[in-house]
Design a protein around this ligand. Structure first.
Ligand SMILES: Nc1ncnc2c1ncn2[C@@H]1O[C@H](COP(=O)(O)OP(=O)(O)OP(=O)(O)O)[C@@H](O)[C@H]1O
Ligand code: SF4
Ligand SMILES: [Mg+2]
Length: 351
């Protein structure tokens, strides 16, 4: 199966499932997660054998160009995709429990309390007719018994925690009275009010201007450090990953193609696609605004090539690359989906 990880040599035997085993207890252990949508033309596979694990408190950047499957992977973990059309296979072990096997009622108890998710556009997630204080308070009271007064106290504390000035006043305001950056802070306050073990942030800064983007990114990192909440940071911006995360997972065309500690992958990526993404960075010190310089486009799920899915864009493609590719582990925590990875010397962002 393509979701499994092969060691590079028997002496370098670690695998990513070895990584899961090496983690005292992974918080999240995703195994062979595959998603397809039912369409008029039949089943449309969108992700295939996505496997990775996250330790408690770890901050992981999930990167890849548009359409690679980052958002649907985040939504699959929380079972937030439409049940009529989305077919999810595999295991999503969270604290040892397979979320894909939970009843809808138990899954609702996990969402918001143990795992929270924030999105790109906070306005669409906030209800315009309730004050932000009521919405944050409700996010708490849905999971814990608390009076309205206690809910309000907690909402004010949460607004203070995310750096909103005059939280007692802001608590009584409506979403439209706040700036985009403030609204995203409210979403973060709402997501963290139950002290979840994992926060999935899907492009949380894309809709904001550059200065505010940096503030929100810093806030997410410092809150994660302070509270021990693990973070999956979905983004196009590898500079954000470099500054915020400890590990980076690269997705390409619905598959994980590289999984590595950030420091390793920045200096020595082991998959040509990750290398291409890193080379397109204008410079980590300047960072914002990633320009893709990789020629060609991500194949669509309707026209997925056999073998290595990156082949048509890869400068290192040779005969043999038309075979299906497995993840190959170079070290206990660095693996890439490319049979040539042991021999390739690929440039990173920091040389
Ligand atoms: N409801 C759906 N029905 C059919 N296909 C879908 C659906 N939602 C997503 N897809 C397809 O799944 C693939 C992955 O989409 P996804 O939104 O996860 O990409 P992404 O990596 O998050 O991209 P972006 O960076 O643009 O947000 C795309 O080809 C997309 O067209
Ligand atoms: S398998 Fe071949 S085409 Fe695919 S990334 Fe590796 S070298 Fe490139
Ligand atoms: Mg997305």
């Amino acid at each position: 199966m393509t979701g499994q990880v092969e060691p590079h040599t028997s002496r370098q035997a670690p695998s990513l499932h070895g990584r899961s085993a090496a983690l005292a207890q992974p918080l999240l252990d995703v195994r062979n997660l595959s998603l397809s949508f039912t369409t008029a033309q039949g089943a449309l596979p969108v992700t295939r054998n996505v496997s990775f694990s996250i330790a408690p408190g770890e901050r992981v950047g999930l990167v890849g160009e548009s359409g690679c499957g980052k958002t649907v992977t985040g939504l699959s973990l929380l079972r937030l995709l439409p049940t009529q059309s989305a077919r999810i296979a595999g295991d999503v072990l969270f604290d040892g429990t397979d979320l894909l096997k939970l009843s809808p009622r138990r899954m609702r108890a996990v969402r918001g309390r143990d795992i929270a998710m924030i999105f790109q556009e906070p306005m669409s997630a906030l209800d315009p007719v309730f004050t932000v204080g009521d919405q944050i308070s409700e996010a708490y009271r849905v999971h814990f018994p608390a009076s309205k007064a206690e809910g309000r106290e907690r909402a004010i504390a949460a607004l203070r925690e995310v750096g909103i000035p005059a939280p007692e006043r802001r608590c009584d305001e409506y979403p439209h009275q706040l700036s985009g950056g403030m609204r995203q802070r409210v979403m973060i306050a709402m997501a963290l009010i139950c002290k979840p073990k994992l926060l999935i942030a899907d492009e949380p800064t894309t809709a904001l201007d550059v200065t505010v983007q940096a503030q929100i990114t810093d806030l997410l990192r410092s809150l994660s450090e302070r509270t021990g909440t693990a973070l999956i940071f979905i983004t196009h911006d590898l500079g954000v990953v470099a500054e915020t995360c400890t590990r980076m997972i690269t997705m390409y065309a619905g598959e994980v193609v590289e999984d590595a500690p950030v420091d390793d992958v920045l200096t020595r990526p082991r998959h040509p696609y990750t290398s291409g993404l890193l080379r397109s960075l204008p410079g980590l010190s300047k960072r914002r605004g990633v320009l893709s310089s990789i020629p060609g486009r991500v194949p669509s799920p309707q026209s997925m090539p056999a073998g290595c899915r990156f082949r048509s864009r890869c400068a290192h493609a040779v005969p043999g690359c038309e075979q299906e590719q497995r993840m190959i582990a170079l070290t206990p925590d660095h693996a890439a989906r490319c049979w040539r990875t042991p021999e390739l010397e690929l440039p990173g962002a920091v040389n």
